[in-house]
Design a protein around this ligand. Structure first.
Ligand code: F6R
Length: 369
């Protein structure tokens, strides 16, 4: 059942082309018009949404952070992302025009369930992005958008994360279509880029040896830092979380712009730092800022490990190691840039002899608050 892989985690990392493809399947007609039939919320009601609050925990919350960039950009609706367990304790402002988007692989995470119930009581509309058919959170929500990643067995989430991001993009495009924020042609172009992603993930997987070699060479690392900007920031957070949970290595993700506000003090000789670099074909200032961040940490002795887009030669001079991912618009890059970081954590944990599927102290679904 592990499909010939040594662990479920490794199998599930390799399931990701299918997880994204299946989540995209059947969501649009030939004209590129999205049809999210299962949503169950009236189109008219969705049109009136003035604010979105994403509620989730852990990896699912990082999917929400990626979604914020895409949905705000495409739909011009303000999006807040809040950890479910923090939401209820801050007297949140929600009303009938607030759309709560909960994201949960299991659909059983108690913190998220309680947050959704609370939001419902306050009169908000609730939509669940979930990977488990018929689980509690989608059953209690007004609407559901299922991810089709298939059952995720390994405790550390991988394929569900990419499927969640994919689902939030579909939701964003659907809202943009309803509200007229994007033209049909623009939506069609973005969908075409999304449909390229499964084959592009496969390209990354076909070159996994590069990142596995790096991981094995670093099995005695005591701390690894991850930096990113824009959508690269949640990718950095996710890369750090994977490493903590299965390899038990101290890892931190930072927004690269925060470096000079503190974390740069951590950098000394040989400190490994992953940097997720946005496409140089996108906003120029974003790319060049991240390249300067690589230079800054390198000048202080960091070992710079860079995830960049194919063709980005500018990073080579400052990187100890570069892994190139195929070209895609910056907003979609998390679907590619996350994969080498998952492989890195999985291989490093394996090299240390740990059970990557059942990390210590963790459960697959957290059904207590
Ligand atoms: C990390 C991980 C956890 C879950 C979190 C939420 O690899 O698996 O952080 O993402 O416990 O779980 P769900 O998505 O089931 O609500």
């Amino acid at each position: 059942e592990k499909g010939g892989y040594p662990s479920f985690m490794e199998k599930e990392i390799h399931d990701q082309p299918a997880a994204v493809a299946d989540t995209l399947l059947g969501r649009a007609d030939a004209q590129g018009r999205l049809t999210l039939d299962e949503l169950r919320i009236d189109a008219a009601e969705l049109k009136d949404v003035t604010k979105i609050i994403v509620l989730a925990c852990g990896t699912s919350a990082y999917a929400g952070s990626v979604a914020k960039y895409a949905i705000e950009h495409w739909c011009r609706i303000p999006v807040e992302v809040e950890l479910s367990h923090e939401f209820r304790y801050r007297d949140p402002i929600v009303d009938a025009n607030t759309l709560i988007v909960s994201i949960s692989q299991s659909g059983e995470t108690m913190d998220t369930l309680m947050a959704v119930r609370y939001a419902k009581e306050q009169g908000a509309k609730t939509l669940s992005i979930c990977n488990t058919n018929g689980s509690t959170i989608p059953r209690e929500s007004d609407a559901v958008l299922y991810t089709h990643a298939g059952p995720e067995i390994a405790v550390a989430s991988t394929k569900a994360f990419l499927a969640q991001i994919t689902a939030t993009y579909l939701l964003g495009l659907y809202l943009a279509q309803l509200r007229g924020n994007l033209f049909t042609g623009q939506i069609k172009d973005i969908l075409a880029d999304l449909h390229e992603i499964p084959a592009q993930i496969q390209e990354v997987l076909d070159r996994e040896g590069e990142i596995k070699d790096l991981a094995r060479s670093m099995s005695d690392a005591e701390s690894v830092l991850f930096l990113g900007r824009h959508v690269g920031y949640p990718v950095a957070m996710e890369g750090a979380l994977k490493l903590k949970e299965i390899a038990y290595i101290h890892a931190e993700g930072f927004a690269a712009g925060e470096l000079k506000h503190g974390p740069i003090a951590l950098i000394d000789d040989g400190q490994p730092v992953f940097v997720v670099v946005p496409s140089p074909r996108g906003r120029h200032s974003l790319h060049s800022k991240v390249v300067s961040n690589i230079q800054e940490v390198r000048a202080r002795g960091a070992k710079t490990l860079v995830i960049a887009e194919a063709g980005d030669d500018a990073v080579r001079d400052y990187a100890e190691f570069v892994f190139y991912v195929p070209q895609t618009p910056t907003l979609l890059m998390p679907l590619l840039a996350t994969v080498p970081l998952q492989i890195f954590a999985c291989e490093l944990a394996t090299a240390k002899g740990f059970d990557v599927d059942q990390p210590r102290n963790l459960a697959k679904s957290v059904t207590v608050e």
